[in-house]
Every structure is written in C-alpha cells, then in structure tokens.
Design a protein around this ligand. Structure first.
Ligand code: UDP
Ligand code: MG
Length: 309
C-alpha cells in the first residue's frame, strides 16, 4: 500500500489541529488503498497547540509531530515535515482549513497519472479582502517578471503534492532562506495544477500581517533573482548619458549667451536625489550580502525540540 504523508505547519492553531485531523481522516476513509500519516509541525506556538497535538498522537497512530524550539516560520516548518516524511508522496497544507482536504483525492489521482508535482491554484472567494487578492496577484506577476522562475500560476499556494523523488531533492537543499513556492517551480519535473477555492480560516487569526508578508515577498525576490543588483549598473548608465547631454547643452549655452546658468535649488535637489539613489542601491547590495552572510554560517533552517517518531 502506498503511503501519503501530510505535512501541516501549525503556529497558534490549538482549535484547528483536531478539526483538520478529522477532515483528513474522513477523506482517507473514502479512498481505499492508501495509508497516510499526518505530520504536525508546531512552529513555536504560544497557545495549547502542542498539548492538543500530543493528545491526538496518543489517540491516533497516524498523527506524528515535530516541535520546534521556537518560531522559525512557515517555510522551514514545511521543510522539516518533508525532511522527516516517509510517504511515497508528501502533501503540504495549512492547519487553518483554508486548504480543503477534500481536494486530496484529486491530487492523488493526478499523481497516479504520473505527475511529480501537483500544485494548486487558489481562486479567492468574495470574503477575502480585495487588497490581499490584488497584492498577491501583482506580487507574483512582478516576481515572475524579474526572476528566472515563472510563478504567475500556482505560485501563490503552499497546498501541493510532491512525489518522494521531488521531496528527496528538497531534502538535499541547504538554502538559508528557503522559499518552497519558488523552488517547486525551479526544480522542474512533471507538473500539474488543480484549482480550488480558498475558504476562510476556521479558528484563530492569520499569522501573516503586512510586515511578515513584505518580508516573505522580499525573500522570494532575493532568493530567485539577482536582477535588483543590476539596477545600479542600469541607472548609472542612464544618468551618465543624461549628464553628458546636459553638460553639452550647458557649454553651448554659456558660449552663446556669455552668462552662467544659476541654480542653487536645482543643484541641492540633484545632490539629495543622488544621495537617496545611492543609499537605495547600497541597501539592495546589503540585502544580498546579508543573505550570503546567513548562508556561509550554515545554520540549520530549524531546530527540533521534540518529536514522536
Ligand atoms: N504558520 C507557521 N509559522 C508561522 C506562521 C504561520 O507555521 O510563523 C502556519 C500557520 O499555522 C498555518 C500556515 O502557516 O498553518 C499559514 O498561515 P496563516 O493562515 O497565518 O497565513 P494566511 O493563510 O493568512 O496567508
Ligand atoms: Mg491561513
């Protein structure tokens, strides 16, 4: 019998863990011929999530858990689950039931057809704020435009199935800032997409505020593109050309009129403008330098405090 591992990162999800376990159990009761395990990854929750997961694992043998020593973030949590999974395929999904477990049979069907990665394409219900919907679409368009991986479709969801061979590849990656949405595209393999409507979070509240979303967005860009680094070269070139023309015009003007062009204000504005521009570009270089710094230290993506397998 083939085994499906389901990896569920959980950060403050005390009310949801039992609920999602029930829903998944129901789904697997309907499709025979598959064994399954659920790996909850408690990512430094401050509520009763760990106790709730341990209770479940005592009652049901398919429930496994990994407890982090602190909050490491959603992506490292998924990576940890994948690292320790034993299934022939691994499905990653959120704990808050925004990813319907009822989609699992369709994913498995596609997998049996020979696809290695089954990604999901989120279509939003009306309740999700227009702001989140729009920013997400724009972000993935932008990311695809400036990086080497295409993320326009299916990039935006962490609900996906990966064959054990793909999981093996992910396991061997040692990127300091792991960004699975991008990696799953970058790796290639035979891919298929399934559409689903994201529901509302069952209980609790989203851990992703604007600040975390921005950080996530930046990680994605800098992990998959070095194009921002070229910005300095491009802008430098453009402004050099401009200044040569400007200088030419100035020289001709002063020969013809025999007067100097005065302009204290424009001079100061130009100095301030270029000061700002240089700081921005230094900042961009700094971000990449920081990433290299993080990478060379080779710290692990996560630290496990306890696990039951
Ligand atoms: N999550 C996590 N670590 C974090 C933040 C979130 O493991 O630091 C988990 C969370 O428990 C959930 C999933 O990642 O299972 C998605 O998080 P959330 O629902 O808060 O994000 P949203 O759906 O609002 O984008
Ligand atoms: Mg959610």
């Amino acid at each position: 019998m083939k085994k499906i591992s389901i990896v569920i990162p959980a950060h403050n999800e005390e009310e949801n863990v039992a609920l999602i376990h029930q829903r998944i159990k129901k789904v697997f009761a309907k499709i025979e011929n598959y064994r399954f395990e659920i790996i909850f990854v408690n990512d430094g929750s401050r509520d009763q999530t760990q106790t709730k997961i341990e209770d479940l694992s005592r009652e049901f043998e398919e429930v496994k858990y990994i407890e982090f020593s602190r909050n490491f973030g959603h992506q490292p949590a998924v990576k940890a689950g994948m690292d320790l999974s034993t299934g022939n395929a691994v499905i990653s999904m959120d704990a808050d039931l925004q990813h319907p477990p009822e989609l699992i049979p369709d994913m498995i069907k596609k997998w049996e057809e020979g696809f290695d990665i089954i990604y999901t394409i989120r279509t939003y219900p009306k309740q999700i704020s227009a702001f989140k919907r729009k920013t997400s679409t724009i972000y993935y368009k932008f990311l695809s435009a400036i990086s080497d991986v295409n993320l326009s479709e299916g990039g935006g969801s962490d609900f996906r199935l990966m064959d054990a061979s793909v999981v093996g590849v992910v396991r061997n990656m040692n990127e300091a800032d792991i960004f699975l949405r991008g990696l799953s595209n970058w790796m290639g393999f035979r891919r298929a997409g399934i559409r689903f409507t994201a529901g509302e979070r069952a209980f609790g509240e989203s851990s992703y505020d604007l600040k975390k979303m921005m950080k996530f967005a930046f990680t994605g860009i800098t992990a998959f593109s070095v194009k921002p680094l070229y910005l300095a070269a491009y802008l430098g070139f453009i402004f050099s050309v401009f200044s040569i023309f400007g200088y030419g015009i100035y020289v001709v003007h002063s020969f013809i009129t025999k007067t100097e062009i005065s302009g204290w204000a424009s001079l100061i504005m130009t100095v301030v403008f270029f000061g700002g521009l240089q700081l921005i570009i230094m900042g961009i270089i700094g971000i990449y330098l920081g990433k290299i710094f993080k990478q060379v230290k080779e710290r692990p993506n996560y630290i496990i405090r306890s696990k039951n397998f």
